[in-house]
Design a protein around this ligand. Structure first.
Ligand code: HEM
Length: 485
């Protein structure tokens, strides 16, 4: 089992989450005694349902320290083995019910999704913008989701192939022969450029640079301690977020003046008109643009870094992916751009992409909160508690199939319902999944046809920032490969 390096240190986590959680729990409507285990007799009288098994840890801090002082996957799988598919815990001051089974994931995310709302810390919502679709349920969410989906439709993606390829290549062309590259940083650069392309289309250089500069500051402050004290990373991020809103407003003005009609997300949002003639406000548009950029960047960069890692660690796998990609490269005479059809027919590489997504489980669990008391298999999920279907647990819980091993050939058989959900499930499932896979395929094509690489130092750990990434972002030395196949 890989050694695990936690990106968030215990003291930082306690400081960042424990202190606000302490005040929240002391002042909010659910005091500790209401949480159930610690004397919630009145509560219990009201219902015959049982609380799920599990432990709530210490008052106020719950089991935060236990979680942050070990591999989170080990923490959850130990609890899974001990208590079964549903158990309670308390993390960062929030009482939670964890659910680890395909049926439970379907229950929370699909069949009873109306009983659970997505939930994010307010500090994150302020940085992304409260109108971003993933904070919402109901009509507003459905309307926005359709617009995001339209900008990421097959037709839109087909047209994007040469542009995504050009962005991947412009990143890779800057890698010198023998240079050590931090894979995650590089992949983050590429996925951000692709994000800009899908949201804004082709943006003029000045706005692009301003956007990048301010986005970087928001990104850096996203996981910092949320405080409005001047000079702190979080405060700087809030100010940069304000500037981003203004930059996007200026781009919107320019689009309106020039009457530009494009196929990107910005145009989809700008051109939407409701039945009564209503349109989206600049703030609604900006929050959704920034929301999509956020949703797209680190997730895809992390997934691409894992592909590079698994190919590095599994020489036989690398050989078969190389053979597939070299054949495509050869058929394109080495210089014709990849076509949409070619990206849809990378059978082996596609399985490697799926297996990397399964193994890494980039978003371990979607966060939900029960909006009413909910019953699941005789257990109570109380109103206001977090309900978290643990996708990583589902991905690693298929007995007899060596789930801990990287084995793309398992995808020769279609996964059983709800056992493979790297992009979530139900009404909030990822609308960007085809784009993410497209980027991963194009990146892999150029990686294996142009380079050999060797990871630098020990690379058998995971960092969370907050998504899982190979330790230190997988620094690797790259050598250019002869392309005379
Ligand atoms: C490998 C890369 C990616 C992974 C693993 C991933 C994973 C996910 C997951 C699990 C969710 C569901 C969260 C929930 O239910 O609360 C989600 C939602 C979302 N993703 Fe992705 N994603 C990836 C790439 C992208 C890309 C490239 C885009 C856009 C260009 C994108 C846009 C979104 C948006 C807008 C949502 C919110 C959807 C909604 O609330 O209706 N994602 N993603």
């Amino acid at each position: 089992m890989a050694e695990l390096v936690l990106f968030v240190s215990v003291p930082a986590a306690v400081l960042a989450f424990g202190v606000p959680a302490f005040f929240k729990v002391c002042t909010s409507e659910y005091r500790w005694r209401d949480v159930g285990l610690h004397g919630g007799r009145d509560w219990r009288k009201k219902t015959k349902l049982r609380f799920p098994p599990g432990s709530m840890g210490w008052p106020y801090f719950g089991e935060t320290l236990q979680l942050y002082s070990q591999d989170p996957n080990v923490y959850f799988s130990t609890k899974h083995k001990r208590f079964g598919e549903i158990f309670k815990t308390n993390i960062l001051g929030c009482p939670c019910v964890m659910l680890i089974s395909p049926e439970a994931a379907r229950f929370v995310l699909v069949t009873q999704a109306h009983l659970f709302k997505p939930t994010y810390p307010k500090s994150k919502e302020r940085l992304i913008g409260p109108f971003a679709l993933f904070f919402h349920q109901g009509d507003y969410h459905t309307r926005l989701r359709k617009l995001v989906q339209r900008s990421l439709s097959f037709e839109a993606l087909r047209n994007l192939v040469p542009h995504v390829e050009a962005l991947v290549l412009s990143g890779m062309n800057s890698w010198g022969d023998g240079q050590v590259i931090n894979m995650f940083k590089e992949m983050k650069r590429i996925s951000f450029e692709v994000g800009i392309l899908t949201t804004f289309g082709h943006l003029e250089p000045r706005s692009r640079e301003e956007l990048k500069k301010n986005y970087r500051i928001v990104d850096a402050g996203y996981n910092s301690f949320p405080t409005c004290i001047p000079g702190t990373q979080y405060k700087k991020a809030l100010l940069a977020r304000k500037r981003l809103g203004k930059i996007i407003s200026d781009i919107i003005c320019e689009r309106k003046e020039k009457k530009l009609v494009e196929r990107d997300l910005l145009s989809c949002l700008l051109n939407w008109k409701g039945e009564g003639g209503e349109v989206l406000s600049d703030d609604q548009i900006a929050d959704n643009i920034i929301g999509v950029l956020f949703a797209a960047q680190d997730t895809t960069a992390s997934a691409m870094t894992w592909v590079v890692k698994y190919l590095h660690d599994e020489p036989k796998l690398l050989e078969s992916v190389k053979a597939e990609q070299k054949a495509i490269h050869k058929s394109n005479e080495g210089n014709i751009p990849l076509s949409w059809d070619q990206t849809r027919n990378m059978r082996i590489t596609h399985k490697v992409v799926l297996e990397s997504l399964r193994m890494a489980s980039i978003i371990s669990f979607p966060f939900r909160e029960a909006i009413a008391d909910v019953e699941y298999k005789g257990f109570l999920i109380p109103k206001g508690w977090k309900a978290m279907p643990f996708g990583n647990g589902v991905h690693h819980a298929c007995p007899g199939n060596e789930p801990q091993k990287c084995n793309p050939s398992r995808f020769y058989v279609a996964p059983k319902a709800n056992t493979f959900m790297p992009f979530g499930s139900g009404g909030h499932a990822c609308p960007g999944y085809e784009l993410a896979k497209l980027e991963m395929l194009i990146m892999t094509h150029h990686l294996v046809t142009k380079f050999r690489w060797e990871a630098e130092g020990s690379n058998s750990g995971i960092q969370y920032g907050p998504f899982p990434v190979p330790v230190r972002g997988l620094p690797a030395r790259f050598r250019k490969e002869s392309t005379n196949f």
